[in-house]
Write a protein that binds this ligand. Structure first.
Ligand code: MN3
Length: 199
């Protein structure tokens, strides 16, 4: 039993013009592919072999840094491909919109908070919308850490994530991370985010 690179549910070009096809192809096949292979290599033949990715992340402080980096990279990109897609954008609906409005004041105010977390994450990392037993919180993590890890500053179940590593945007946006962050909102698959939200 080893971890597998998931197939995308859409074409590499499906998120154009917001995220370009070449970035998607390299990001999925090379970057995510490498995290997956390196995670398998790091757990193979050890006590970690056979554990689920959630089990590994929950106790990540006990495991080697290669599992933290590649296990995080494996999980984070699985989530990322799921919460973006063609025909995305707009606003969430129903219970998720109600919870966002309750916890941030408005959808616009949530988006500003998330944008700030994504823009101010120094170097490489992720911005998150996390579910803390029904309460929604925005956070960010460095490198490939995530809010499921026992060593995360702010813990919770991630329901939306944005990759702000330069490999996620540099080909199209170069140093203009804020433009990439703005473009991201056009490809968010709110149905997928709502499915992850327990409420
Ligand atoms: Mn990435």
């Amino acid at each position: 039993m080893s971890f597998e690179l998931p197939k995308l549910q859409y074409d590499y070009s499906a998120l154009e013009p917001h995220i370009d096809a070449l970035t998607m192809e390299i990001h999925h096949s090379k970057h995510h592919g490498a995290y997956t292979n390196n995670l398998n290599a790091a757990v193979e033949g050890t006590e970690m072999e056979g554990k689920s990715i959630s089990e590994l992340l929950r106790d990540i402080s006990k495991y080697p840094v290669a599992v933290r980096n590649n296990g995080g990279g494996f999980y984070n990109h699985n989530l990322f491909w799921e919460v973006i897609g063609p025909n995305g954008g707009g606003k969430p609906q129903g219970g998720l919109l109600d919870a966002i409005t309750r916890d941030f004041g408005s959808f616009e105010s949530f988006r500003d908070t998330f944008n700030k977390a994504a823009a101010t994450r120094f170097g490489s990392g992720w911005a998150w919308l996390i579910d803390q037993d029904g309460k929604l919180v925005v956070s960010s993590t460095p490198n490939q850490d995530n809010p499921l890890m026992d060593l995360a500053e702010i813990k919770g179940n991630p329901i939306l994530g944005l990759d702000v590593w330069e490999h996620a945007y540099y080909l199209k946006y170069q140093n203009r991370r804020p433009d990439y962050i703005n473009a991201f909102w056009n490809v968010v698959n709110w149905d997928a985010v709502a499915e992850r939200f327990k409420g």
